[in-house]
Write a protein that binds this ligand. Structure first.
Ligand code: F6R
Ligand code: ZN
Length: 194
């Protein structure tokens, strides 16, 4: 087989101090305004937006596309913080393709991975530094930082998996992670109390 330029092995370097890697293709920052409808306390979200709209998380990507494959790397850094009593988190999504799993590896901090199917099966995985989670196909996934510092995780997936955000935008996840008595607690999402 004759190899094209993109078919050769490639490595990137992860920096444990910064929670970031290089080289990368792009970084996308998500602020409270991007997520405001995801948090249950809209008033707290609006007031944070007025106070400067802080970054909640940033994801850096590298797509290792070859002539035969499309493995991708994503590193997400979630800042510590809360909107009202709800911890900073990613928006969360399903993958468009119905046969696509994903691996998440928590490399810094602590928090939770929330998972949910379209039929309402729900699971929460508690994360500490070193937890590696397998996300099976057709489970929506959202990560949450409950610690005092940065939480960083590495994701590995296929570019052809695609993204689907509509269901999460409309209904959120079955449970929210809020602070109660200085501890994280899962409570039922109001949107689902029917
Ligand atoms: C890729 C993946 C992660 C997330 C990232 C941001 O399939 O799951 O790289 O894309 O953590 O989260 P979302 O996409 O939900 O804003
Ligand atoms: Zn994903």
């Amino acid at each position: 087989m004759s190899l094209s330029k993109e078919d050769y092995p490639i490595s990137v370097l992860y920096n444990f101090e910064l929670g970031d890697f290089s080289p990368k293709e792009k970084t996308i920052a998500r602020r409270v305004s991007y997520l405001s409808k995801m948090f249950h306390d809209r008033t707290a979200a609006e007031s944070l937006i007025k106070q400067g709209d802080p970054v909640v998380y940033e994801t850096s990507y590298y797509g290792f596309k070859t002539s035969l494959s499309d493995m991708a790397l994503g590193v997400t850094r979630i800042q510590p913080g809360k909107v009202g009593d709800e911890y900073f988190m990613t928006k969360g999504h399903f993958h468009e393709a119905k046969n696509q799993p994903e691996i998440y590896f928590c490399v810094k901090g602590e928090g939770y991975l929330l998972l949910e199917t379209i039929d309402g099966e729900f699971q929460a995985e508690k994360w500490t530094e070193g937890t590696i989670s397998h996300i099976p196909p057709m489970w929506a996934h959202r990560t949450i930082n409950t610690g005092m510092g940065l939480m960083v995780f590495v994701a590995s997936y296929h570019l052809s998996a695609g993204y689907s955000y509509e269901a999460v935008e409309k209904n959120g996840f079955k449970k929210l992670l809020v602070e109660r008595n200085e501890k994280p607690e899962l409570i039922l999402n109001d949107k689902r109390k029917r």
